[in-house]
Design a protein around this ligand. Sequence first.
Ligand code: CA
Length: 558
Amino acid sequence: MPTRRARSLPPVRAVRAVLLLALAPAAAGTPVTTGTNGTAPQAAPDERPNIVFVFSDDHAPHAIGAYARDEAQPYGRWLAGVDATPNLDRLAAQGVRFRRSFCTNSICGPSRAVVLTGKHSHANGFMNNGNRFDGDQPTFPKLLRAAGYRTAMIGKWHLGSDPQGFDHWEVLPGQGQYYNPVLVSAEGRREVEGHCTDVVTDLSIEWLEQQKDSDRPFLLMCQHKAPHRTWMPALRHLELWADEALPEPPTLLDDHADDAPGARRQEMTIRDHLDLFYDLFVTPQAGDAVGTGSSLDASGWRNLERMTAEQRAAWDAHWGPRNAAFRAAEPEGDDLVRWKQQRYLKNYLRCVRGVDESVGRILDWLEANGLAENTVVVYSSDQGFYLGDHGWYDKRWMYEESLAMPLIVRWPGRAAAGAVDDHLVQNLDYAPTFLELAGVPVPEDVQGRSLVPLLEGRAPDDWRDAIYYHYYEYPSVHMVPRHVGIRTERWKLIHYYPFDEWELFDLERDPDELRNLFGDPDHAEVAAHLAVRLGRLQEAYGDDTVTGTVPEWIEAYR
Ligand code: CA
């Protein structure tokens, strides 16, 4: 028996009327109408859509088939032949996929804070992973809850403070663990056996089950740890691509000769920084330099130690013979880089497959329970990631692979199935989008814009023509310098302000960002105009956290 929200979607005009009603001051509960024949007021059905937001960690768009196979995808096409995401591809075929979707600060905690608040890092106060999120500030889950939504947050939170704004929350402490994870809720801590992605999905579906007969719409935030370092897949996925070679990125052996010096000082190369033991599960033997890397996050070793005897036996049975083969082959130099990239990419994509299965299970559940029609499903991840591109792993940079976020939205009857949107959008826009979907007014100090008009195919003429970016965490793991930048449809200008170093890329002619045009006389005017616009964006967003003075060459163009 289908539930209340299971009926087919009413005509658009009727939905708008309900949305307008929901915008009225009395919208905090179920909308109420007066009976047409003078009878007593009765509750009108609450037609506001449910929202399911599946958010993963470090999932690069080009590790989704729908992105990698897109001929207009500007980078990452080298992964087009790999089929890691059948369910996300299904979601993309049924919804809108944003091709120019970006973060404002490419790192986990800060991206999450931007998603919750609709404000840049300097405005929400969470600039580095070491910060603690001020949970007392307004967030979209709080506003949805106040407007009558049932709200839940399950999985990776990573903001230091306890979640606020949820009827139910159960989160991984810190980075969380891949196997048999500990979960924390208002009631305390517990450990649940299984792979983290499966556990978070089980708990999410458990909560969805409880909403079936509710007369209120719901917001579910299902947030995965995967595919975050140290890429530990579920046991059933270890055999994926086990005995085949995956493609390698054309920039795997990039020497960074053309980058600003800041980019050459980083510590995130597969060659020198991705650790054989910690990241790639080679069993150490006598004489190995284990645990000496400056960037090792001890949670990786703890994840291995958490396995049950049975899990560990299956894990070791997979890696044992492969590690023996590695020891026998003793690859060196570029061959070792290639070997490391293969093992890294396979484990990364196996973790992605786990997330993809989670999405599939949730889509199936919505379908089976008659809720698919009136539920908006959003898939995204906190930033992009390097999968060997430019010889790197990790994120942080304003270069495309780490700046990009996957963003796929399915909204049956309202957003065109299989559409691709090319507007410049950011995680800044998620909060106002969720608010508009729920008919809740967007607070004036929110800096993002609702994507609802784009989803409905009626893009405003004044949509933004440039995005603003600011990365702070330096000096820190991976040693990516602080930088600010502007990206337009065609150009990208980056300023590593602690060193006053600049980069300019023509994304149309150089999508892999291999030719820094800054300092080239033919591009001096473009650079200057972008620098002025960068300054204007900084002013408009109220970002006064950039240090240093404005170089004279920019002043001349103001
Ligand atoms: Ca992340």
